[in-house]
Design a protein around this ligand. Structure first.
Ligand code: PA5
Ligand code: NI
Length: 185
């Protein structure tokens, strides 16, 4: 075998599962998401060990200019009437952007600029989401299947969760069996 011929990591595009590689995995449980959902009492009633989402990341370089690649698997479900979602963040280096690719399931990507203007993009298999710098982002699963999305972002970007400790401007809830967007002013 030619030593210059490298076998890259492989992804199953239908499920977002990595193969031929050792991915790093981090799961986020109901206990980890205190005060993230509108109905904190409903969150406390969930099994604290219930996995809301997990992220698998390729173990790649952190050198200058490096890119990280990770896949988020967000389970279906609700806390009270609010759909399961990721914590959401700005990047620590706020000017750094990111790209998300929808792989599986259906949901929304909540984007919010620094003036608090929020918008939603529909996430579905094949969707491409260009997240500009200075833009907070959160995935929301509005479907009945796992929502999986691939993300690629600069290794220097980092995460800033504290800036959103009072939440985003919009929440996404189920009302009368419909997906409803609620403004949080
Ligand atoms: O880099 C990203 O934006 C994603 O990989 C997220 O980190 C992932 O979806 C988990 O969300 P959060 O970091 O807001 O908990
Ligand atoms: Ni990010």
């Amino acid at each position: 075998m030619n030593p210059l011929l490298i076998k890259p990591p492989v992804m199953d595009w239908l499920t977002g599962a990595f193969a031929h590689t050792s991915a790093l995995k981090k799961s986020t449980t109901a206990a980890d998401l205190a005060n993230v959902f509108s109905d904190e009492h409903a969150r406390q009633r969930l099994d604290p060990n219930l996995i809301i989402y997990s992220v698998e990341m390729l173990d790649s370089s952190r050198d200058d200019g490096a890119l990280f690649t990770g896949v988020t698997h967000l389970n279906p479900g609700k806390v009270g009437d609010e759909f399961f979602m990721t914590r959401g963040h700005y990047h620590a280096r706020r000017e750094q952007g990111e790209v998300y690719f929808g792989l599986r399931g259906s949901g929304l990507l909540l984007l919010q600029d620094e003036d608090g203007n929020a918008r939603l993009e529909t996430v579905m298999p094949g969707s491409i989401h260009i997240i500009s710098g200075y833009t907070a982002h959160r995935l929301i699963n509005t479907g009945n299947d796992i929502l999986s999305a691939l993300a690629v972002w600069p290794a220097v970007a980092g995460h800033n969760y504290a800036a959103l400790q009072h939440g985003f401007a919009l929440s996404v809830k189920e009302r009368d069996r419909q997906v409803q967007v609620v403004s949080n002013d």
